[in-house]
Design a protein around this ligand. Structure first.
Ligand code: FRU
Length: 492
């Protein structure tokens, strides 16, 4: 273990990003979603508020706009909207992180004795492949040193190839760690307990996929909300599920979990590896990687921006709530309102098949739209927001009130992607709906029905695709209110 080598690797990585940043093509860069300055980004890591500041780390390849040896990129913010990039926090430098498919994999952050502690997976690839949990710490929240006794947690005496993504939290006097172990087609979340973050004891296996619900559950997360225990995880090979949650009751005496409801944080094509943290205001905030592994074939290779020397961005930060029906809802954090400009509003509009509504939403690309609608079920079959439209392109967001369903259709969204996806609106018979849309250069996020149906999607439309419409098929719809704002850039 050489501290000097780690510092050299960090300097080389930061220099690579600095040079690549000068050549990044800005064409598709997002205006208000978090991105690395250059290179590749996947999972959010180590989310925490430390000494009042929000810290965000992320899986990062500083040397290319594609996945490679994993580093931890780092940024800070005072409002979750404007982020300042800091030097790379972790670079692979040790034998437990070596190999072309290894590195410093995903993990979490906690504060202990005034220090910022990162607990992550040291992943070694190749013949001696192993994943084990490691620790790094910082006095100033910027410069990190790896613990000399790493790895702090291996699986059994021989180690395991798929044992990763530690999420650590404190309850009472004890620290807990949840990590995924995957073997023989089964994914298990293992729960460990510690008093010092260094020595860990297996408590139990609160949940597992049991061969039916995927074979790896990446990036497990755990928190409590409204008296329930909630596990988040990103299942692999569990059709229809990419960013799931389980509510229930965790018994931290024996590590068992009594499950209650299975839900999805986000039903979109592009939301994965979500991580949560509680901020000083007591909010449970969740951020995901606004992509997922299976998007690559959809996009042919690494997608349209790899040639621009960057790839990947994070979702908007969302606050989680426990609803009366026992499921969760997710709402964009309030701080995003700071980005609003040129607000426009209209009330009491009737939109019918013969009179679609043309909406002037911001510049047609970077905007927020908030609509409250109601209908008479017998009269309206479906209504549809058409976003980022031109002669050649459109992204369709269609609602079927009678079927309690929403469909996101990006078949004609751009020249790269494809696909339709639907989810339940959870209307429970209600005949009104709020639809909240955030559009950025290459993403659309939708929060419908108070954040009970959430959808994230990436697409890369032409700059001229900037018209927005509301259309109705069969009957009419009443728009109680419609508000739009142009959103100003938040990223540098
Ligand atoms: C999830 C994931 C994690 C892993 C990391 C590697 O997207 O596969 O399980 O730690 O990415 O970058």
């Amino acid at each position: 273990m050489s501290e000097k080598l780690h510092q050299e690797k960090i300097m080389a990585a930061s220099e690579s990003v600095r040079l690549a940043q000068k050549q990044v093509n800005p064409e598709f860069r997002q205006w208000y979603h978090f991105m690395a300055p250059a290179g590749w980004l996947n999972d959010p890591n180590g989310l925490i508020q430390f000494r009042g500041q929000y810290h965000l780390f992320y899986q990062h390849n500083p040397y290319a706009a594609k996945w490679g040896p994993m580093h931890w990129g780092h940024a800070v913010s005072s409002d979750l909207v404007h982020w300042k990039h800091l030097p790379v926090a972790l670079a692979p430098s040790e034998c437990y992180e070596e190999g072309s498919r290894g590195g410093c994999f995903s993990g979490s952050a906690v504060e202990k004795d005034g220090k910022l502690i990162l607990i992550y997976t040291g992943a070694r690839s190749g013949e001696r492949a192993e994943q084990a949990q490691c620790l790094a710490f910082s006095e100033d929240g910027i410069h990190f040193r790896k613990y000399a006794g790493n790895p702090i947690l291996r699986f059994g005496s021989c180690g395991a190839r798929d044992f990763r993504d530690p999420k650590v939290w404190k309850h009472g006097e004890h620290w807990y760690l949840a990590a995924v172990l995957s073997a023989d087609g089964n994914a298990e979340i293992l729960l460990y307990e510690s008093t010092d973050l260094i020595h860990w004891r297996l408590k139990g296996i609160p949940v597992q996929s049991g061969l039916r619900m995927g074979d790896v559950w990446e990036c497990p997360d755990y928190f409590e909300l409204g008296g329930k225990g909630i596990f988040l995880f990103s299942p692999v090979r569990f059709p229809g599920h990419k960013s799931s949650y389980l509510t229930g009751i965790l018994n931290d005496r024996d590590g068992t979990f009594q499950p209650d409801q299975l839900g999805e944080i986000d039903w979109g094509f592009d939301f994965y590896a979500a991580q949560s943290f509680q901020d000083e205001k007591g909010r449970r905030i969740i951020i995901g990687w606004a992509n997922s592994w299976d998007w690559m074939p959809w996009w042919r290779g690494y997608g349209p921006v790899q040639k621009d020397l960057w790839c990947g961005f994070l979702s908007l930060p969302r606050e989680a709530f426990l609803c009366k029906d026992g499921m969760l809802s997710f709402q964009p954090v309030d701080e995003l309102k700071e980005l609003r400009q040129n607000g426009k509003s209209a009330e009491n509009l009737c939109v019918s098949r013969d009179s679609p509504l043309s909406i002037g939403a911001g510049d047609g690309i970077h905007y927020e739209l908030l609509a409250e609608l109601d209908w008479d079920c017998s009269d309206c079959l479906s209504f549809c927001f058409l976003l980022r439209c031109s002669e050649r392109e459109e992204t369709k967001l269609e609602f079927y009130p009678g079927r309690d369903e929403m469909m996101f259709d990006r078949s004609r969204a751009d020249q790269f992607g494809a696909g339709k996806k639907k989810c339940s609106l959870r209307l429970h018979g209600r005949k009104s709906l709020d639809v909240h849309i955030f559009s950025d250069t290459c993403s659309i996020e939708v929060f419908a029905n108070g954040g009970k149906a959430v959808f994230t999607s990436c697409q890369y439309p032409l700059p001229e695709s900037r018209k927005t419409f509301l259309t109705v098929s069969g009957g009419a719809i009443h728009v109680r209110s419609l508000r739009t704002w142009r959103l100003k850039p938040a990223v540098s």
